[in-house]
Design a protein around this ligand. Structure first.
Ligand SMILES: Cc1ncc(COP(=O)(O)O)c(C=O)c1O
Length: 430
């Protein structure tokens, strides 16, 4: 390694990263493919797959305190809660509950705020969010309890219009529901800056953050961000299908989720309806263990020793963000050669501003059906992208579109995959 051109440690271990994702080269039928649909769900990492299988074989259905298998299951639950706490820089494992999905967790949360809000409150949602962080507020509090629901706009560049959001907030705002990043346009909301501004408009509004789209792309620190609630999904961080919910410890005792009378009345148990899914928890532990492995591998190569799990998560996610920035830059630079009258990529298009976006690219080709484009890219080029509205309010409400193509990258993708993707779109355009 010469001093002038040190090898990027991320690139150095990239083949090892890819080896840990069994489906990375082929789909279930052995078809060669390039998976560019991580926004809809990431590939599962080997340790998350093993977690599923091992728990199915050895976990006890119920946790407990007497026999070894129930004790092991109890320990598993608390280990995973602790690991998630470290991943998002929470305070205590009691703040973490597990749900069928993020959507489920947020409906649960909305319902559990009765007693804390009244119909005199307004709630603020955004046109950038996934519907999972809109419908619970509109359904439960708007239609259900008659609250006014206010909708913050998206600006011309596909970013949240922060000034408009702030103009909607006042001292009667009960909830501000906002995403970390758009699953439609990839735009990141700088919540470290926006949340203090929200607090100046209302010091009592509860801030609920949807971290699903951003969780695979960068680090999360709920304390630094100073949100009240946050949710993300296991299957968007290389793991299993489940939703994870975090709430500020000082608030959780005030929430009243729907709960069977015999369930424990304290957090986290009171938020969890029914028996937990041990296999998905063990799998989530495996997915998070992968990120710790990644941190160790990268730190070793740059001669760093990182001690705590939370610092390791942060280090791994920051390196992922750096690497993905290179993928985004390459995508946006290549898009510049397309005829702007025929091809449009939504969201931030400037390669110099990759720090403001995740590597998620919704696009359209004039006069062409997104389903036809998706089919062509798959059948001719083995590229797997998505079409549809992706449940994204940015697409469905802001653009009023039924469907857009979306190519979404993750850190296991390569610059070669970017090239293949851009050439395939170019081929379609000819
Ligand atoms: C940004 C965002 N939020 C929320 C969700 C909903 O997650 P879940 O499928 O776990 O309910 C998704 C799923 O695509 C998403 O992309």
């Amino acid at each position: 390694m010469s001093e002038e051109s040190p090898v990027d440690p991320f690139l150095e271990i990239h083949p090892n990263i890819r080896k840990r994702f069994p489906q990375i080269e082929h789909d279930r039928d052995g078809n060669r493919r390039t998976y560019l649909n991580s926004g809809a769900g990431t590939l599962m990492v080997d340790s998350a797959i093993q977690g599923l299988a091992e728990a199915a074989q050895s976990a006890n259905p119920q946790p407990g305190h007497i026999d070894p298998s129930e004790v092991a299951t109890e320990e598993l639950h608390w280990r995973v809660r602790q690991s998630v706490t470290d991943f998002i820089h929470g305070n205590r494992p009691e703040e973490i509950s597990f749900h069928q999905s993020t959507t489920h967790a947020l409906f649960n949360l909305a319902y559990s705020l009765r007693g804390m809000l009244t119909n005199l409150n307004n709630l603020v949602v955004t046109d950038l969010d996934h519907m999972a962080n809109i419908s619970p507020w509109e359904d439960v509090w708007g239609f259900g309890f008659g609250c006014e629901i206010r909708r913050a706009k998206v600006d011309e560049e596909g970013r949240l219009d922060v000034d408009h959001l702030l103009s909607l907030i006042d001292q009667t705002t009960g909830v501000v529901a906002v995403t970390m990043a758009s699953n439609g346009f990839g735009s990141v909301v700088p919540l470290d800056e926006v949340i203090p501004l929200i607090r100046t408009k209302s010091y009592t509004a509860l801030i609920c953050v949807d971290a699903v789209h951003h969780a695979l792309h960068g680090s999360i620190d709920v304390q630094k961000m100073d949100c009240d609630f946050l949710a993300f999904s296991g299957y968007k961080i290389f793991g299993p299908m489940l939703g994870v919910f975090w709430g500020k410890g000082s608030l959780l005792h005030r929430l009243q989720p729907y709960r069977v009378e015999t369930n424990k009345s304290e957090a986290p148990h009171k938020f969890e309806q029914g028996t937990l899914n041990n296999a998905t928890l063990a799998s989530l532990e495996g997915a998070l263990a992968y990120l710790l492995w990644l941190s160790d591998e990268l730190a070793r190569r740059v001669g760093r020793k990182i001690q705590s799990a939370r610092n390791k998560f942060e280090f791994a996610m920051d390196r992922i963000a750096d690497y993905e920035g290179k993928l985004s830059r390459s995508v946006l630079e290549c898009f510049q050669r397309f005829d702007a009258d025929r091809f449009r990529c939504f969201g931030i298009n400037d390669p110099e501003r990759i720090g403001e976006r995740d590597p998620t690219f919704s696009f359209e080709i004039s006069g062409k059906d997104p389903g036809e484009i998706k089919r062509y890219l798959w059948e001719v080029h083995g590229l797997q992208i998505a079409d549809g509205n992706h449940y994204s309010a940015a697409i469905y409400r802001h653009l009023n579109r039924e469907s857009l193509c979306r190519a979404s990258f993750a850190h296991y993708d390569t610059l070669e995959a970017v090239k293949r993707f851009v050439e395939a779109v170019e081929d379609f355009l000819i």
